[in-house]
Design a protein around this ligand. Structure first.
Ligand SMILES: [Zn+2]
Length: 267
């Protein structure tokens, strides 16, 4: 009886091993990652039982898990920032806390310019680094002006991760100003909230030390026209500060999405 049981266990283990070592070629999917034909054959993937909800939106989705050992070397970019630390509104959007920039600040990568628009928070982080989720992520959203004649809005988003640690002065600057009611906006006196309180001058940390890839918005309509720059430097905020933001916006991180051959570059 005991021997039969052992044999049965052995069989389960052997079957288990075969299941694990199923060759990847059996589930090979043809797809293109460039141009407008990047829409995957979702029905084929569903038939294979491998489709995830995010595939309905394409194969260049965000956020992703950044595997630091598998990043490629970035070619040199000329990045210049014309930044005035002018933040004039704070909004409780229910699903996030958002602060808006006054017009007039821009970032130029090579010869493409984006206007600083807003920054907002996700609790926990959306991007992962080597499988690690951080308790908070801030997105600085920059948009290419409409006069660039692109049908699809083009974005450059800078992602900043936070771990639990010391009280963060920059977060303290606006925490008490967040409107208590959902959908409310409050005016901010320019100069009361300053990104320089977080990162000194933006170029020094974020632009000199980043992971870069092409992806999407992480909220509807999940548009795949985002140049992501995720700062390698992880900032600190206190547990209380992160909890306060989380209590307002809830858990608002999208699941990580597949890379599907996209390169993640680092400088
Ligand atoms: Zn975001």
């Amino acid at each position: 009886m005991k021997e039969t049981l052992n044999n049965a266990l052995l069989l389960v283990l052997v079957l288990g091993c075969f299941a694990c070592s199923k060759p990847a070629s059996e589930t090979k999917i043809e797809y293109k990652t460039e141009g407008k034909d990047s829409t995957p054959d979702v029905s084929e993937m569903r038939n294979l039982g491998s489709a995830l909800p995010g595939l309905d939106h394409g194969l260049c989705q965000s956020p992703i898990n950044i595997q630091s050992s598998q990043t490629g070397q970035e070619g040199r970019h000329l990045i210049s920032i014309n930044y005035k630390d002018e933040i004039n509104k704070i909004e409780n959007l229910g699903h996030t806390v958002q602060l808006d920039f006054a017009e007039g600040s821009s970032i130029t990568v090579d010869d493409t310019t984006f206007q600083f628009k807003q920054f907002h928070f996700h609790t926990p982080s959306e991007h992962e680094i080597d499988g690690i989720t951080y308790p908070m992520e801030m997105h600085i959203v920059n948009i290419m002006p409409n006069d660039a004649k692109n049908e699809t809005p083009q974005y450059l988003v800078i992602g900043i991760l936070f771990k639990e640690g010391s009280t963060n002065k920059f977060v303290t600057d606006f925490l008490d100003a967040i409107p208590k009611q959902e959908s409310e906006t409050a005016e901010l006196k320019i100069g009361t909230v300053r990104i320089s309180d977080l990162i000194g001058t933006i170029p020094s940390h974020v632009i000199d030390n980043y992971y870069h890839y092409k992806g999407s918005l992480t909220t509807p309509p999940y548009t795949e026209s985002v140049r992501w720059y995720i700062s390698k430097h992880v900032y600190e905020a206190s547990e209380e500060q992160i909890t306060t933001i989380n209590e307002i916006e809830g858990n608002n991180a999208r699941h990580v999405q597949g890379l599907f051959g996209r390169p993640v570059l680092t400088n």
